[in-house]
Design a protein around this ligand. Structure first.
Ligand code: SF4
Length: 193
C-alpha cells in the first residue's frame, strides 16, 4: 500500500502532460503521506509557488497559515499533519485575458482521485469555490463555508480563497472572519494535538 502510494507520487512529480497547454514546463507540487491527518485541497499553486516548489509560500499562504490557522511552518509542512495538494498540482499560467487558467480537470482524474484512495486522513479542508465545486457539485459555496460538511464519511471544512484579491467576498461575508474562522481553527488545533 505504502509502496504503491510512493510510486504514484514519484510518477506524479514527473508529470508534464499539461506542458503544451500551459506553454511551459509544469512543476507538480504536493506534500504529505498516507497518514496525514488533514487533507487540504486548494485550486492551483501560484506563480511564486511554481518557482519555490513549496506550497503556500505566497501572500495567500501567509494569511492561511498565520492568520487563519495560526500555526507555524513546522506544523503546516509536517507531512504527518497536512497533505497539501491542489486541483491543479502545477501552476497553470494565465489565459489570453491575463486571468489564471482553470485547473485542468485531467489532474483530478489522473492524480488526485487516486491519491485520496491511499490517505488515512481525519478531515478534509477544501479551499476556494473551484475546489468545493468538484467535491460538492450541487451545493452552494457560501452554505458550505458556514457549516460542517461530510466527504467520504469525514468532516470537511470549506474555506474561501485567502487570496488578497478576494476582497469582495470577505466584505460580503463578515461572519467568516468574525466567527467561522474561530470554529475552523479550533477543529484544526484539536486534530493536530
Ligand atoms: S497540472 Fe496535474 S496533470 Fe497537469 S502536468 Fe501538472 S501534475 Fe500533470
Amino acid at each position: 500500500m505504502e509502496e504503491e502510494f510512493n510510486k504514484l507520487i514519484k510518477e506524479l512529480k514527473k508529470c508534464d502532460i499539461c506542458k503544451n497547454k500551459f506553454g511551459f514546463t509544469p512543476h507538480p507540487v504536493v506534500i504529505g503521506n498516507t497518514n496525514s491527518k488533514i487533507v487540504q485541497i486548494s485550486q492551483a499553486p501560484s506563480r511564486t509557488v511554481h518557482e519555490s516548489l513549496k506550497p503556500f509560500t505566497d501572500q495567500s499562504g501567509k494569511k492561511l497559515k498565520y492568520d487563519w490557522y495560526q500555526i507555524t511552518d513546522e506544523e503546516f509542512y509536517n507531512p504527518d499533519n497536512f497533505y497539501i495538494a491542489a486541483l491543479s498540482h502545477c501552476y497553470p499560467g494565465k489565459d489570453k485575458n491575463g486571468n489564471d487558467r482553470m485547473p485542468p480537470r485531467i489532474c483530478y482524474e489522473k492524480w488526485i482521485k487516486k491519491e485520496l484512495e491511499y490517505i488515512n486522513n481525519r478531515i478534509y479542508i477544501l479551499i476556494g469555490a473551484k475546489s468545493a465545486k468538484v467535491f460538492f457539485p450541487n451545493d452552494n459555496f457560501n452554505d458550505l463555508v458556514f457549516k460542517d460538511n461530510c466527504l467520504n464519511s469525514k468532516l470537511t471544512l470549506v474555506l474561501p480563497h485567502p487570496s488578497p484579491l478576494n476582497i469582495k467576498w470577505f466584505k460580503d461575508h463578515p461572519d467568516f472572519l468574525n466567527k467561522r474562522i474561530y470554529e475552523v481553527r479550533t477543529i484544526i488545533k484539536e486534530i493536530l494535538e
